[in-house]
Write a protein that binds this ligand. Sequence first.
Ligand code: ADP
Ligand code: MG
Length: 268
Amino acid sequence: MEPIIRIRGLKKVYRVGEERVRALNGVDLDIYPGEFVCIIGRSGSGKSTLLNMMAGLEKPSRGSIVIAGEHLEKMNEKQLVDFRLRHIGFIFQQFNLFPSMTALENVMIGGQLHAKMNFARFLVDPFKTKREEEELREKAMEIMRFIGIEQYADRTVGNLPYGRQKMTELARTLMIDPTLILLDEPAAGLNPNERAEFVAIIKKVYESGKDILLIEHNMDIIMNISHVITVINHGAKIAEGTPTEIQNDPEVIRAYLGDRYKIGMEGE
Ligand code: ADP
Ligand code: MG
């Protein structure tokens, strides 16, 4: 089987003044269709850099990224935008909803914002025609029902509990019918109840046929959800395996899991 994502020798060097920061130092990664993959690693290990390059938001310094047979590193800006529209939904680490708009409006503009990343144009001319707006509204409501947040459709998103806001972001991502969804620590800041709910919904999205790549810190989520875990440390992949293999990998325990692992495993 061909991988949906094939990454080879991926390097990223940032220049900060005179300094050169090696965010990624030669990462290889294969992800196959139908796999639920989690990436873990300490803060600053290069996870977001990796995800941002997969979404075509950052250019690699070296190496190749092939998603669904297409080389991202060879694309220009316009090709990347088209590519994202055809394939990739993503949730960034930092929040990016419009807090004063309703949940439904935030979901509706998902596809358009995703495509153009042009907030200014959207504010001037949100939807091309009435008909386009109606179609978007119907689709957005359908997705919100699927996620289970339709009752919040007309609420101002900034006033919703944090967990509901994250669900709204997920719904917005689904508006472009992505084949692949990239999520960067979507559960950061959720309480345990919200996390359990998020796991159930992300599973449902996965079972509807999406490939999912998730950066995550919470061990309850990772262990519950993923088939394959990739561990990144100092910009390099140090391990890859099933949750059980990763929990028992001495290097992973030393570099990352440490106390978290011991606490998480108590009583098992
Ligand atoms: P993680 O998501 O694992 O916490 P990041 O990918 O955000 O890690 O960062 C990896 C390294 O690259 C860090 O040292 C970070 O400071 C650096 N870095 C990330 N983005 C930039 C940037 N835009 N400019 C300069 N350095 C950056
Ligand atoms: Mg990050």
